[in-house]
Design a binder for this molecule. Structure first.
Ligand SMILES: *[C@@H]1O[C@H](CO)[C@@H](O)[C@H](O)[C@H]1NC(C)=O
Ligand SMILES: *[C@@H]1O[C@H](CO)[C@@H](O)[C@H](O)[C@H]1NC(C)=O
Ligand SMILES: *[C@@H]1O[C@H](CO)[C@@H](O)[C@H](O)[C@H]1NC(C)=O
Ligand SMILES: *[C@@H]1O[C@H](CO)[C@@H](O)[C@H](O)[C@H]1NC(C)=O
Ligand SMILES: *[C@@H]1O[C@H](CO)[C@@H](O)[C@H](O)[C@H]1NC(C)=O
Ligand SMILES: *[C@@H]1O[C@H](CO)[C@@H](O)[C@H](O)[C@H]1NC(C)=O
Length: 598
């Protein structure tokens, strides 16, 4: 760069800084940014790799050597990372806004409750992570799947905002491994019939990366392959029942021979002899040998579909290294939701609250991130947007339901300042993928009434899952003794003769624990911002309760006994408030009879 043009670019950068400040960042931010024109350039780059439907618990990451070598060994593996809604579109909208699905009200993959049109209708196209980072001076780039129901018909009405350059996969071809349609910037869609989608995507991602590196602005590049999602063929909208075929993912030719002997891990919850769960899951039949063989094939197909993603990781790292920016670039790897195949007798799919569905890989390398480290503190997808604000120096938004993950230091997993809870919510359908379901091959069955609210809470002392379904069925699993969630401990205080009678968790009866969990869920299912981060403060404004252990104090027994209980009046497909029972909790006030405050 010649002297004069360097000066010009500095002036331009200064100009951008001033504009950025004018957009309302706080004074402190201005003071930091304004004096040194080149500080902007020192902000880290971010590469966000967002795969589709990858599990944490079915071992798929162990078949990705580059992910392990370049990210896990060089970075931190967040072992207790959860999604808050186990379905692509709601999860992605939560991730990109830092808000729980009950606060985005994008709760499904298709309108009226979800999909790209609902995202736009709710105003998020002007108000989500890429827009925020672009306004802050980041060069924002994206390739791959953004949201469901983002289609060849609606991609330009309006275009997705916030990207300096984008190249999106569009429905109904998003999940066609050999017939993808991509749509770049404001160009019309282009079909890639006969080509392998993840390889095309890799080419696009590397081009975007090279172009970002050639610019002076720091960049935020998202690479969102559909692997290892199932292959979906549709001639219309991707809605069950509309000429839709859901099959195992298709492998690239060069990977077809791999993993011939690999099978789904036969964990104790794999196709168990006794049914488990509640509602439709408790009614599933045990799978026969042909079904299991098919599911093993489905599983191997997923591992193969992930291989091009693994290759991509290595190429991205090489390019960063060659350009000497590897040390100033965060690479974040995760999935929009987890996946089950055969656990609890389920056919392939997601949408459940079981561990397989809500835990996903979350692996980060970058400046200051501890290498070869496994973090046990709880982190979730709604923490990701706040975290990116944190590492790029932006003040947090008050509507964030999550809280930054301090990438640069070891977290103390028993530190109550980090939350012990995960809010999990779901509305509407479950769709078993693959050919074995009661409606027969290639005919996706729709399970209705898959609406539930749950919490996971965990620390070194306890590890619990509690949920309430729209049918008012309940689940309680103690994962310390039942890590595969096979033994539902839920009892009501008046269920005599119950097998679980006399059983204790944390030294008290199940009923006492359930009352606390229910109250915590009551707060979390309608929390906003800070109350999602510190829910016990809502129940105990005097601030003496920070964990479930604190709440178990006998002096609160009566308060929790009479607390409103989470319940539903009916099953709905979306977030319909009047179907969802009590919305607010009673509050405890020390030294004063709490019920005087009701
Ligand atoms: C990205 O787009 C924003 C908004 O249009 C613009 O101000 C910025 O200069 C662009 N950055 C690059 C590197 O093109
Ligand atoms: C591939 O996609 C195009 C649209 O982009 C469509 O017209 C064509 O029918 C598809 N081919 C197959 C084999 O499905
Ligand atoms: C296995 O179960 C499926 C239904 O789930 C049925 O269609 C198939 O015939 C069964 N196969 C055998 C060998 O029993
Ligand atoms: C973690 O936090 C707990 C609770 O605050 C504290 O007792 C413990 O000493 C901390 N451990 C470390 C390693 O800082
Ligand atoms: C479950 O869904 C079906 C079909 O939508 C409906 O008829 C039934 O009443 C629902 N069950 C409950 C418990 O709401
Ligand atoms: C969520 O969106 C649906 C569909 O537009 C609407 O019917 C519902 O009232 C909304 N829920 C809330 C709590 O605003």
């Amino acid at each position: 760069m010649k002297g004069i043009s360097l000066l010009n670019s500095l002036a331009i950068i200064l100009g951008v800084v001033q504009t950025t400040c004018a957009l309302g960042y706080n004074d402190q931010q201005q003071q930091i940014l304004a004096p040194a024109a080149n500080i902007k350039d020192n902000r880290p780059n971010i590469i966000f790799i967002l795969v589709d439907d990858q599990d944490l618990l079915l071992d798929s990451i162990n078949y990705m050597p580059n992910l392990n070598k370049h990210l896990a060994q060089e970075g931190t593996f967040y072992r207790n990372h959860f999604v808050t809604t186990a379905l692509c579109c709601p999860s992605r909208v939560s991730l990109l806004t830092g808000r729980l699905a009950h606060n985005t009200n994008v709760t499904d993959v298709n309108p009226p409750y979800g999909g790209y049109p609902k995202f736009v209708e709710r105003g998020f196209n002007e108000n989500y992570l890429p827009v925020w980072l672009q306004n802050a001076g980041y060069n924002t780039l994206y390739t791959g799947k953004l949201f469901n129901a983002h289609t060849v018909d609606n991609y330009n009405s309006p275009f997705a905002n916030g990207f300096n350059s984008s190249d999106f996969l569009l429905d109904p071809y998003t999940y066609s491994y050999l017939n993808a349609t991509f749509q770049r910037d404001s160009d019309p869609p282009v079909s890639y019939e006969g080509q392998y989608t993840t390889d095309i995507l890799k080419g696009k991602a590397l081009d975007l990366l090279e172009s970002a590196i050639s610019q002076t602005d720091p960049f935020f590049l998202t690479i969102a392959p559909v692997a290892p999602h199932s292959n979906v063929h549709s001639n219309g909208p991707i809605i069950p029942g509309v000429d839709l075929k859901i099959t195992a993912p298709i492998s690239a030719e060069r990977h077809k021979h791999l993993f011939k002997d690999v099978k789904i891990p036969r964990t104790p919850n794999f196709n168990p002899d006794e049914p488990s769960g509640v509602n439709w899951i408790a009614r599933l039949p045990k799978q026969n040998e042909s079904n299991i063989d098919y599911n093993d094939h489905f599983y191997r197909s997923r591992l193969r579909a992930l291989q091009p993603v693994d290759e991509l990781i290595s190429e991205v790292v090489d390019i960063l290294d060659e350009n000497h920016i590897l040390d100033n670039t965060y690479i974040i790897y995760t999935s929009d939701n987890g996946y089950h195949i055969g656990q609890h007798r389920l056919q392939a799919g997601k949408e459940c609250g079981f561990e397989e569905d809500i835990r996903v890989p979350f692996i980060v390398r970058g400046p200051g991130v501890l290498p070869n480290y496994e973090e046990l503190a709880i982190t979730t997808h709604i923490d990701i947007a706040p975290t990116l604000f944190d590492i790029t120096g932006l003040p947090l938004r008050s509507d964030f339901d999550g809280t930054p993950i301090p990438f640069k230091k070891e977290l103390n997993s028993s530190d109550p300042v980090r939350h012990e809870h995960v809010t999990v919510e779901y509305w509407g359908l479950a769709i078993p993928e693959g050919k074995y379901n009661t409606l027969g091959p290639d005919n996706p069955e729709i399970i209705t009434n898959n609406t539930y609210k749950s919490i996971r809470i965990l620390s070194s002392e306890y590890d619990l899952y509690y949920s309430v379904w729209c049918s008012n069925e309940h689940q309680l699993y103690d994962l310390k003794t039942d890590p595969y969630e096979l033994n539902n401990l839920y009892v009501t205080s008046d269920s005599p003769g119950n097998l679980n009678e006399g059983r204790e968790i944390l030294g008290v009866s199940l009923a006492k624990v359930i009352h606390r969990l229910d109250a915590l869920l009551l707060v979390l299912k309608s929390c906003q911002g800070q109350t999602c981060i510190r829910p016990w403060d809502v129940l105990h404004p005097e601030g003496k309760v920070e964990t479930i252990v604190d709440a178990l104090d006998a002096k609160y027994d009566e308060f929790y006994n009479v607390q409103s209980k989470v319940s539903f009046s009916r099953c709905e497909f979306g977030y319909i408030l009047d179907a969802e029972g009590p919305q607010t909790a009673l509050t405890y006030r020390d030294g004063i009879e709490w019920h005087h405050w009701v």
